[in-house]
Design a protein around this ligand. Structure first.
Ligand code: DUR
Ligand code: ZN
Length: 155
């Protein structure tokens, strides 16, 4: 017989994943993308269960636009949350899973490489990765500390 605790755990994980994905689709509705017409929504789940959403926000000065993922994470950080369990990303792509840009991968990695990224298609199907899988051999905050030690040793 399956371990009942394990079954319970999986049910909860599935529910929280489904609701995070649902939130990312809701955020996609607010996408401000008059130039690309490419709507993206994201929802990030903080350790304490709080969810923050974001959409892409473009600008007439094209290079000032911000991605949905960075928008959602910045909203969370600016309200005191820096520990995350997962981020869900939604777009209108039907045939492939949305794939976050390199800048957003690095932005996620700032907050650890072992948390979930739910990449979705417009039909709601999902491919689950970790930040580390999306950005292997990454540079992060720990590397700055190591470098500081090395310099102290030299001088
Ligand atoms: O993962 C992604 C990929 C693209 N975009 C946005 C940036 C830009 O506004 C538009 C087209 O690249 O989509 C995101 O927000 N997230
Ligand atoms: Zn991005």
């Amino acid at each position: 017989m399956a371990n009942p605790q394990m079954v319970q755990y999986n049910v909860e994980a599935d529910t929280s994943r489904a609701s995070l994905i649902q939130k990312s689709f809701e955020a996609r509705e607010f996408a401000y993308c008059p130039y690309s017409k490419f709507r993206v929504g994201a929802a990030v789940l903080a350790d304490d269960g709080t969810i923050f959403t974001g959409c892409n926000v473009e600008n007439a000065c094209y290079n000032l636009g911000i991605c949905a993922e960075r928008n959602a994470i910045s909203k969370a950080v600016s309200e005191g949350h820096t520990h995350f369990r997962a981020i869900a990303i939604a777009s209108d792509l039907n045939e492939e899973f949305i794939s976050p840009c390199g800048g957003c991968r690095q932005f996620m990695r700032e907050f650890g490489d072992n948390w979930g990224v739910y990449l979705t298609k417009a039909d709601g199907s999902c491919e689950e990765k970790t930040v580390g899988e999306l950005l292997p051999e990454s540079f992060g905050p720990e590397d700055l500390t190591k470098k500081a030690h090395a310099i102290q040793n030299v001088f």
